[in-house]
Design a protein around this ligand. Structure first.
Ligand code: NAI
Ligand code: 15L
Length: 274
């Protein structure tokens, strides 16, 4: 597949969308921005809800690819997750199919597999201890469940319609890691842009699932499928380790928040059921 030029960025007003608006143009992409929240200083941005099928269809028309970040990014009521993340992602895929878009990069999450136990013992972990990308879905929340749906929707649209997707199970993509757990799953914004670029340009991805993180010394999961796309992470959270460990201590095997990939998402639903 030749390098995509015009890319629809959904969720462009959000934290990750804002970071990618800053970083992706340097790779040669022309971004078409979409979000339900207006974006200051971006008069051409499309302000619409994923529930608005006509607006979504118009937004995907003529783009080479989509980076789909829009949606609820934390746990919420099932009704809210259903509307924004499940129906919203369906609306996007259906519009992309109708308009002949070739590829979507889907922002999945570690919380699709949040109940997978982290590697035991102390980092650095040997390759055989790392969580494989083939691990079965073990969502830790309705939010994580919506990411499982998104990944399976991507598989359906590849098998049935030939619409390609790279599902990126993002760890924690923020300017800096802010917890000891994040030292293992952090993806620097720069590596995020590198990974999205690889996902947009690699050939014949079908539906590929990758882990989204930097090359952290304390890595919990396997980056092989991401590297196979051509992703070469440049960053390592270890530069933040001394400060975070001094503040919070090392991972505690007796702390349930430290037992699973999904961290506190596995132990702290607001109020169940909700
Ligand atoms: P965010 O909450 O900052 O941004 C999400 C954006 O989606 C917001 O601007 C919001 O207005 C928009 N949005 C929500 N519902 C919408 C709807 N119905 N129609 C149109 N726009 C809608 O989240 P963030 O951190 O930027 O994450 C972006 C994506 O990456 C999300 O899908 C999130 O689940 C995923 N992700 C992010 C991670 C991270 O570390 N930032 C980790 C794992 C996954
Ligand atoms: C996510 O999926 C969330 O969208 C993000 O806000 C972080 O909580 C991240 O996972 C994480 O696990 O750190």
């Amino acid at each position: 597949m030749p390098a995509a030029r015009t890319v629809l960025l959904t969720g462009a007003a959000g934290g990750l969308g804002t970071l990618m608006r800053g970083l992706l143009p340097a790779y040669g992409y022309e971004l078409r921005l979409f979000d339900v929240t207006p974006i200051e200083g971006e008069p051409d941005a499309i302000t619409a809800d994923l529930a608005d099928k006509a607006a979504v269809r118009e937004a995907v028309r003529g783009v080479d690819a989509v980076i789909h970040l829009a949606g609820i990014s934390l746990e919420a009521s099932f009704d809210k997750i259903l509307r924004a993340n499940i129906e919203g992602t369906y609306n996007l895929y259906e519009a992309a199919r109708e308009e002949g878009v070739k590829r979507i990069v889907f922002a999945s999450s570690n919380h699709a597999v949040g109940f997978v136990p982290r590697p035991e013992g102390d980092a650095p972990f040997p390759p055989e201890a790392l969580i494989p990308v083939e691990t079965r879905h073990r969502p830790d929340t309705f939010y994580g469940l919506s990411k499982c749906f998104g990944e399976d929707l991507a598989q359906l649209y590849w098998d049935r319609h030939g619409l390609e997707t790279v599902s990126v199970r993002i760890g924690s993509c923020f300017m800096e890691p802010t917890s000891v757990r994040m030292l293992s799953v952090w993806m620097s914004p720069g590596d995020g842009a590198r990974l999205f670029h690889a996902a947009l340009t690699a050939g014949n991805v079908g539906h590929t699932i990758v882990h989204g993180s930097s090359a952290n010394t304390r890595l919990w999961w396997d980056l092989t499928s991401a590297r196979a796309l051509g992703y070469e992470p440049q960053d390592d959270s270890e530069q933040y380790a001394e400060k975070l460990v001094a503040e919070y201590g090392e991972l505690d095997p007796d702390n349930p928040d430290h037992a699973h990939l999904g961290g506190h998402f596995t132990t702290d639903p607001p109020q169940w059921p909700y």
